[in-house]
Design a protein around this ligand. Structure first.
Ligand SMILES: Cc1cc2nc3c(=O)[nH]c(=O)nc-3n(C[C@H](O)[C@H](O)[C@H](O)COP(=O)(O)OP(=O)(O)OC[C@H]3O[C@@H](n4cnc5c(N)ncnc54)[C@H](O)[C@@H]3O)c2cc1C
Length: 464
């Protein structure tokens, strides 16, 4: 056994270091299983000091490392490139403090997203960012990816809910970044760190904003004869100044997969598209806004518009939507969940074009869309053992990305660039843009040991 592994064992304890190949296999990918890289070791720190001392040991050896939360990422972000070590934070999972008066909480990075909401819901609060993976993903992972979720349409994404961070820098030093109020003092380094995809250091303590639960909530399901009609409804609603808490679309292939699974929520399987729309706020505004939404649904040819009559019905509708990827995963050996953003108003024309791309490459596709944000998840179903199919998935993804960029969109809405989308960065950014990003990264990590190979094309990753 090499000396540095012994040193890591002495820091975190023998039982908190994995080195055997069969155990490491579990960590070779995240939820985007198309990319695989086995790490040399996985360690499970339980304190900030463990993290700091471990990265110092790794730094002395020049060994790259990467933080990992729950591994639900969908861009290959938590993979150890170049024989690196995974620093797995799932055992740093305590809620350290809840400050009710100032509506904030301090958590360790491995706290599961929904566990925080569950801990504060009885007093009328929640942690607003709600990725569909919220029963599994960690708040540390949410910070690194600047995660979004169905309700981020109204409440804002993760960065809007982070007030402070304790960070272990890639050289082992510990720093504290604070926003305190709405405005940062000096440079907004919290804003810079959130969304840095694990490349600026490791968040070991996170101060989050808690948000009041709304007084009233109404959830609607509307089904449409065409994807274009559903898309137009989304455009019309938001253009009329109504901002629902969430506005989610599922196409027919997704609805069928959901209805065949344990998450069946009574959605019509013959509809071309289904919208789940939630309005929340004061009762009077919820009533008014839902009547406007019903109007737009009907004007665009919705076949049915159904309002959930109880909390149980509401939860059933959301279970179907939030488990859509799980339902698709159940009936397909592999999924490529893509993530792109387009201007909302272009949904009616872009969606049919994406279906044509999938058809041209003979690939089955299902589409889940955070429609209010124009954030698309075209999900290509394939068999990873079939080399030709893999090649077609790759080519189709490239065309989808090019299309989205061409209509004024961008490469990711919430899953990050990670490993998967490095190859598309030049579709959006010039050499000078990428160099500026590489320089910022070098301020945090001049040696490039912290999650190398992600976000920035390799030729731009040299230290400055
Ligand atoms: C079924 C399903 C549904 C999903 N739905 C959504 C959705 O609605 N919205 C959305 O935004 N995403 C969604 N995702 C993607 C994923 O859940 C999010 O990106 C989530 O934030 C990742 O959290 P994690 O704990 O799993 O992070 P991981 O996958 O473990 O890591 C992701 C990245 O974060 C870095 N990282 C992790 N912890 C830290 C830390 N403490 N400090 C620094 N860097 C760190 C890693 O290095 C890696 O680069 C979904 C995924 C699945 C599988």
């Amino acid at each position: 056994m090499t000396n540095w592994i012994k040193e890591l064992q002495s820091i975190v304890g023998d039982e908190n270091v994995l080195i055997s190949p069969d155990e490491l296999l579990v960590y070779e990918c995240d939820a985007l299983t198309i990319h695989k890289r086995a790490p040399r070791a996985v360690i499970f720190p339980t304190t900030t000091e463990h993290v700091s001392r471990s990265v110092k040991v790794l730094g002395e050896q020049g060994i790259p490392f990467v933080a990992r939360g729950a591994g639900t990422g969908l861009s290959g972000g938590a993979l150890a490139e170049a024989g690196g070590v995974i620093i797995e934070l799932s055992r740093m999972n305590r809620i350290l403090e809840i400050d009710w008066e100032n509506q904030r909480a301090i958590v360790q990075p491995g706290v599961i997203n929904i566990a925080l909401t569950q801990a504060v819901a009885t007093r009328g609060y929640h942690f607003a960012p709600d990725p569909s993976s919220q029963p599994t993903c960690t708040i540390g992972g949410n910070v690194a990816e600047n995660a979004s979720g169905p309700h981020c349409l109204k409440y804002g994404v993760t960065t809007d809910h982070i007030l402070g961070l304790e960070v272990v820098l890639p050289d082992g030093r510990i720093i504290n970044l604070d926003r305190h109020g709405a405005v940062a003092l000096g440079y907004d380094l919290v804003g810079l760190f959130v969304g840095s995809e694990g490349m600026f250091g490791i968040a070991t303590r996170i101060t989050v904003r808690l948000t009041r639960l709304p007084r009233a909530v109404k959830t609607l399901m509307a089904d449409f004869p065409t994807v274009e009609a559903a898309s137009q409804t989304v455009s019309d609603t938001i253009a009329a100044g109504v901002i629902p808490a969430a506005m989610e679309m599922m196409d027919q292939a997704t609805v069928r997969a959901v209805e065949e699974s344990v998450f069946a929520s009574g959605l019509p399987i013959d509809a071309a598209a289904v919208l789940i729309i939630e309005l929340d706020g004061l009762p009077v505004s919820v009533d008014y806004e839902s009547s406007r939404v019903v109007h737009f649904c009907r004007a665009n040819g919705a076949r049915h518009v159904i309002v959930a009559r109880s909390e149980a019905e509401r939860e059933r509708l959301w279970a179907g939507r939030k488990n859509a990827f799980g339902a698709l995963g159940r009936i397909n050996s592999d999924l490529m969940v893509q993530d792109a953003v387009i201007p909302r108003s272009r949904l009616p024309e872009v969606l049919p074009e994406i279906y044509r791309i999938a058809e041209r490459y003979r690939l089955r596709m299902a589409c889940v869309i955070h429609a209010g944000d124009g954030n698309l998840h075209p999900t290509l179903c394939f068999d990873g053992r079939d080399a030709d199919e893999l090649r077609r998935v790759d080519a189709a993804c490239k065309e989808i990305m090019e299309l989205c960029v061409r209509v004024g969109g961008t490469l990711t809405g919430e899953h990050g660039i990670g490993l998967d989308k490095v190859k598309y960065m030049s579709l959006i950014f010039s050499e000078a843009d990428i160099e500026a990003m590489a320089r910022v990264r070098a301020v945090f990590d001049p040696r490039g040991l912290c999650n190398p190979g992600k976000v920035l094309p390799v030729h731009r990753c040299k230290a400055f």
